[in-house]
Design a binder for this molecule. Structure first.
Ligand code: GFB
Length: 314
């Protein structure tokens, strides 16, 4: 299929907001060698929640393309524990970056959200038009509302000002640069760390949160980065686009997959006092397939390469 390039990053100044995070650093890796000037600012240099600071920085650096990969992120417990941080920080970051981009003539912007924007019990797999058709999952409704607002912000600037700004909604991500802090992280890095440490310590079992019955879909962050650049260059639609792998796995089976990669032969204790969250959030990836993109890595390969990275770094 021939894929039309809508906007080439070649020769452009490209700002990766959130470049130090797992997603931002993967996008920087993906852009390397694409003949563009990558602009970055650490959170110490630029607090994206500060509207004047963002307007001043963007006016000075004049990016032509922007990846909004900066966000306050975390796993189910962090989301459930810090609702104000997850709602306020993410609203301010996206509002400031999108508005400053418009003010300074940014030609193309990609906003990144999350699959938790969909209703808790949306029909599976979840299509883009399931958005706002039902109640959200309570543990992360704060983050979800912020990300839904981001989609609407992008659409409002497209509608009112003709901005060629787009949105993508990735599923649960994992890979190099992930957060391995056991309290704030997502499930895959948390289990990898627990299993690794239990193996080294010769511990007989590890604790798994919840019942282990929910299903989750996992996309390697380098596949997401590839999808983000693909969309930046080829997509200019009003609707947001799901980015996933199109299949999911039960948490209880994920534990076994990671234990096999890590080489842990102990047992698993499921702690029902911890939240399960939404029972399933498999995304329909038909729109991305139609656009000409699909994920390359399978979960076992991705977990194995991430574990190699983890051992080297930790
Ligand atoms: O990855 P996770 O924290 O976030 O949890 P969500 C996924 C599932 O894994 C839940 C279970 O059912 C957890 O109970 N789980 C088992 C664990 N053991 C663990 C563990 O040791 N740590 C963690 N963290 N989970 C997030 C949203 O939801 O998805 C975010 O809260 C974001 O806002 C992210 O949208 C993509 O997948 O439930």
């Amino acid at each position: 299929m021939t894929i039309e390039v809508d906007f080439s990053v070649a020769g452009k100044r490209v700002w990766v907001a959130g470049h130090r995070g797992m997603v931002g650093s993967a996008i920087v890796r993906r852009l390397a060698g694409m003949d563009c000037e990558i602009l970055t600012a650490s959170s110490a240099e630029l607090d994206l929640r500060d509207q004047l600071a963002v307007r001043t920085w963007v006016a000075a650096r004049r990016p032509q393309a922007v990846f909004v990969a900066a966000a306050k992120v975390g796993g189910i417990l962090a989301n459930d524990t810090y609702p104000a941080d997850f709602l306020y920080d993410n609203l301010m970051i996206e509002a400031n970056v999108i508005e400053a981009s418009y003010r300074n003539g940014v030609e193309k912007l990609l906003f990144l959200g999350s699959s938790c924007i969909y209703p808790k019990l949306a029909p599976q797999p979840m299509k883009e038009d399931a958005l706002l058709t039902g109640p959200l999952e309570p543990t992360n409704e704060w983050y979800a509302v912020a990300k839904i607002a981001g989609i609407k912000l992008v659409q409002s600037y497209r509608r009112q000002h003709g901005c060629n700004y787009i949105s993508a909604m990735p599923t649960n991500l994992y890979g190099p640069g992930d957060n391995f802090d056991l309290a704030g992280s997502h499930v895959l890095p948390a289990l990898m760390r627990k299993l690794h440490e239990a193996k080294l310590a010769g511990a007989p079992e590890i604790e798994v949160w919840g019942s282990g019955q929910p299903y989750r879909e996992f996309l390697h962050v380098d596949d997401l980065a590839d999808a983000a650049v693909f969309l930046m260059e080829t997509y200019c639609g009003y609707e947001h686009v799901n980015v996933g792998v199109g299949e999911d796995i039960r948490i209880a089976d994920l534990v076994r997959l990671i234990a096999k990669v890590v080489g842990f032969n102990g047992s698993f204790r499921f702690d029902a006092s911890k939240p399960d969250g939404t029972p399933r959030k498999l995304m329909d990836v038909g729109r991305m397939k139609q656009l000409g993109w699909q994920a390359r890595r399978n979960l076992e390969q991705g977990v194995a390469s991430t574990y190699e990275w983890y051992k080297d770094r930790m």
